[in-house]
Design a protein around this ligand. Structure first.
Ligand code: IPD
Ligand code: CA
Length: 253
């Protein structure tokens, strides 16, 4: 997985350097896809499928495939933070997760611009390069910074999102919208952010990051009641101190 992420990142880095020459097409409101994105997914797919041909596939840019072994599946976002990438903002990542029988067991989120390789294996902890990760130990919400994904264009989630901001902002040290959900979760795992939430998100955006958070001692859940945080498209992640409180405030919205 690390090899695949590094190989894809080489091409993405090159393309990032000449971002203005990329051919860009619209894939839906506010959601751009570039040639770089598609190329990167192909590179990752080649590396992973060569190593494990019987595993299934769910990626943002190419056709899904059922697992021939009936058990394993890759969940891949070759370029998370596409809008940042296209604007020359140096905050985007390659995200790769491995699922076994519906459970994420291994994760890689790679930020090539900052050379930060976030990795986790179930039961083995979470790491950034060679440093072990731990979620933040902050207890007072007023000192906390949260990450989120704000809906763009005509998203039906916009009004709720604005209500969430008005409830949360007076109670914390700030909310960031950095534009790459996989890195938001990696930052929760690293204790840089104290929590994160988003609605309308895809499994490949959050599969790897969710394991990073868990393995760093954080909590992951579905927003707005019970559910599957990776597959239901509504995720909340935080350190154990604030997880419940954050959920309550967001529920008020
Ligand atoms: C997006 C980013 C963004 C999040 C969106 C995702 P993309 O992924 O992770 O932070 O708010 O929900 O779709 O389109 O850049 O791969
Ligand atoms: Ca994404």
């Amino acid at each position: 997985m690390i090899k695949a992420a590094r190989r894809a990142a080489r091409g993405l880095n090159r393309d990032f350097g000449e971002v203005e020459n990329l051919q860009v097409s619209m894939k839906g409101a506010g959601d751009f896809v570039s040639r770089a994105d598609i190329k990167a997914e192909q590179v990752i797919r080649d590396v992973l499928m060569e190593a494990r041909p019987a595993y299934g596939w769910l990626g943002e840019e190419s056709a899904a495939a059922e697992a021939e072994d009936g058990m394993h599946r890759w969940l891949v976002d070759p370029l998370d933070g596409t809008t940042n990438f296209l604007h020359g903002l140096p905050h985007w990542a390659v995200s790769i997760a491995l699922e076994r029988k519906g459970e994420i067991i291994s994760a890689v989120v790679f930020d090539p611009v900052k050379d930060e390789m976030f990795t986790a294996e179930k039961g083995q902890g979470a790491w950034m390069n060679d440093r072990r990760l731990r979620v933040s130990g902050r207890r007072d919400m007023i000192e906390m910074i949260f990450g989120t994904g704000v809906p763009f264009a005509d998203s039906k989630h916009l009004p709720k999102s604005l209500r969430e901001f008005s409830l949360l902002l007076p109670r914390c040290a700030g909310v960031r919208r950095w534009g790459a959900a996989s890195l938001d979760l990696a930052y929760v795992a690293a204790g840089r952010l104290d929590g994160f939430w988003e609605r309308g998100i895809q499994p490949w955006d959050v599969a790897a990051g969710s394991l990073l958070v868990r393995e760093a001692g954080g909590l992951i859940g579905a927003l707005d009641g019970p559910g599957d945080p990776v597959n239901d498209g509504r995720i909340i992640a935080a350190n154990a101190e604030v997880f419940e409180r954050l959920g309550e405030i967001l529920a008020e919205a």
